[in-house]
Each structure stands twice: as structure tokens, then as C-alpha cells.
Design a protein around this ligand. Sequence first.
Ligand SMILES: Cc1cc2nc3c(=O)[nH]c(=O)nc-3n(C[C@H](O)[C@H](O)[C@H](O)COP(=O)(O)OP(=O)(O)OC[C@H]3O[C@@H](n4cnc5c(N)ncnc54)[C@H](O)[C@@H]3O)c2cc1C
Length: 379
Amino acid sequence: MTLQSVLIVGGGIGGLSTAIALRQKGFEVTVIERYPDLHASVFGVGIIQPGNALRALDMIGCADACIEAGYPAKQWGRMLDAEGNHLRDMAGVTIEGTDLPPLNGVTRPKLHEILTNRALEVGADLHYDVEFVSLEEGPDSVTATAKDGRTFTADILVGADGVRSKVRKYVFDGAEMEPQYIGQSAFRMNMPLLPEIDCIVLQGDDQGMAGYVPIGPDLAYMFYNAHMGTHERIPQDQLAPRLREYLARFGGLTARVRDEFVTDDAEIVLRPEESMGTPRPWHKGRVVLMGDSVHAITPHLGQGAAQAIEDGVVLAEELAVMGDDLDAAFLAYTDRRYERCKLIVDTSLAIGEWEMGRKPGFDNVSATIHVLDVMARPL
Ligand SMILES: Cc1cc2nc3c(=O)[nH]c(=O)nc-3n(C[C@H](O)[C@H](O)[C@H](O)COP(=O)(O)OP(=O)(O)OC[C@H]3O[C@@H](n4cnc5c(N)ncnc54)[C@H](O)[C@@H]3O)c2cc1C
């Protein structure tokens, strides 16, 4: 049998990137997504795109559009103390042989639009409002069944269904492999671009970290990683006052943002930060996992989506080279991805621990620079 068709469960950043990469290699690709349209699963805030994310996006024909829609920055970041004094600059890394910037910021809806348009352009078949519930493997194919009873059959199935993946349960034989809440939740909101936000500006210390990311010519987004108990919930209509409380001790940029822009509860998104790394292998039979379904990454390095996009590019490369030997292709894919993703999962967790005061002496800037250096190496 010659491998021809691929069914992707999940039309998020990872699923769409994989769809494009596979179509570019000539596979027939169908994507099923549980939400009714391309924007329904996406918050309106921004996303950090490091140089390695842009390299992978370039390989699927989407980097230029992201840069055009976003804010390409000349350096990665700048670190300020809680009072607002400058501590250190982080140049970031550029990818050898490219003219990609070390960082781009863009809104999540725009990124989804770019990936979706490109997936359609290269001929992927996208189905919305289809919730995957189960799968069955046959000798030559795999069939997924949706909640409404529809079925989809292909030669292989890619689980790109995110941190609460149902496909993961199949690959790991039902073993409980769930993401862990790390003790921090992220407040995020968009705000006008201020002149000093020309790269990622981090302000804080081991009591908590605020951050600012340029995501367009006039737009930035701010985040604050708050130390919160597992069961603590903040109602939507109290998000602004609670965020202002967290930011009360800050001076400089964060004091200005707190007083001028943290005003509208409806504009603020609060999300728990979860982490999970899974053991190898990431496949069983004709089914393979990618993205958050196998490596849920906390946001401290802005690398979760970057890794999902890289997964898609590498998976498509390995399937194109040895598609008929599925086991070999899936193992080669995991071998190329495992240590890279593990470094991101572990370092992101360590930064979170330090931000919660549990890792005294940890150097978050050096850890970030090391990760960026490793990520700039060939995929
Ligand atoms: C607060 C926060 C900030 C972040 N900031 C950044 C950042 O700046 N840069 C960065 O690179 N990463 C960032 N990340 C991480 C990034 O968002 C994720 O790593 C990335 O979205 C993973 O992509 P994915 O496609 O694997 O999963 P998802 O984006 O979760 O997509 C999974 C898709 O599958 C669909 N789905 C799920 N179950 C089913 C089902 N049963 N049937 C059909 N469809 C299904 C979902 O609706 C969804 O569309 C951040 C994460 C958080 C929590």
C-alpha cells in the first residue's frame, strides 16, 4: 500500500500547519475541527513567534503574511525590575541563511486566518463542527467517528487535538496522561502599542512577572503570570480589579499600564497554565500525536505553538521520505522532535517555578537565551 491520505483531528495551529506541510508533500489531507468556524476556538489576544517558529512558518508559506500582519522586532526582549529599571537586553537569535527577524508578534485570530487560507489554497479539506469521539484501525486504514455519527477514513490519523486530546488516550492505551496545573494562571489583554514596547518587555522578579509583546503597528498585548491556587476562580466581572491588585507593587511601564489600560473586565482573558510531557513513542499503529497533545507547554518561552508548527513540518518530511514504513517514519519524527520539545517543557516549567519564588537563584534570562540558541539550530 502506498500512503496517500491523512486525517487530522484538530484544526488549531498544529493541525493546520501539519495539513499544509503534508499537502505540500502531495498527501490528501482532511482536517476535522469541533468548533463551528475558524475563529471560534481562538482568543483575540496575541502570540509570540520566535525565529524558529518563523522558519517553520516559512517552510509552509506563511511567514511573510505573519510578518506583514504583525510586528517584526529587531531584538527578542528586555528585562526590567519591578520598579521599572532596565536590567538586561536579550538579543534573541536569527536563523542562519534567512532574513527572518528574531521575533514577530501577531494576533491569534490573524494567525488562524493565515494558516486557514493557506491550508485551503494548497487543497486541504477542512470540516468544522465535527467532534471526534473514537477511532478504529483496520489493516490498511483508520476510521474516525464523530459525535454526530459521521465517519472519516484515511491511511493514517494525526492527533492534533490539543492538551485534552482524546486521540492521546488511544495511543497510550487509555493510560492517564493529563496535564498538570503549575500554580500560575495567565491574565492577557490587548492594549495600544507604547513606544517602549518594541520587543518582549518583561517586568518583574521572583514575586511575579508582567510582560508586553508588540503584535501590530499600533497594538500590543500584556500578560501577567499570577500565582493562583488550583481551585481559585475569578469571575469575569472582577478580572480588571484583581489584575490591578496583582500589579499594585509595580512602578514604571507596568504602573502606567495598570492605571491607564487595565479597566475593562470583558477585554481580559484568564487561563490556567498547564504542563505535560509524554514518553516516547508518540504513535501506535496508524495513529500519531503532535502539538499540545504530547507536549503541553506553559507560555514562559512563547514556544508552544512554535513547537506544534515544527512538529507538522518534520512529520510531513519523514512521511514523505519513508511513508510506506509507517513505524520508521513515526519513530524518525519522534526522534527529531523529542529532546527539543522536552527542553522547552522543562525550561518553561523552571521559569514558572522561579516566578513563583520556588527556585531562588535561577537565572531566567540565561535559561531563555540558551533555549533560543538551541531552537535556532537546524530542525
Ligand atoms: C496563556 C498562554 C499563552 C501562550 N502564548 C504562546 C505564545 O506566545 N507563543 C507560542 O508559540 N505558544 C504560546 N502558547 C501555547 C500555544 O497556544 C499552544 O502550544 C498551541 O496552541 C498548541 O497548538 P495545538 O494545535 O497543538 O493545540 P490547540 O491550539 O489547542 O488546537 C487543538 C484544536 O483541536 C480541536 N479539538 C480538540 N478536541 C477535538 C475533538 N475531539 N474533535 C475535533 N477537534 C478537536 C480544538 O478545538 C482546537 O482547535 C500559549 C499558551 C497559553 C496557555
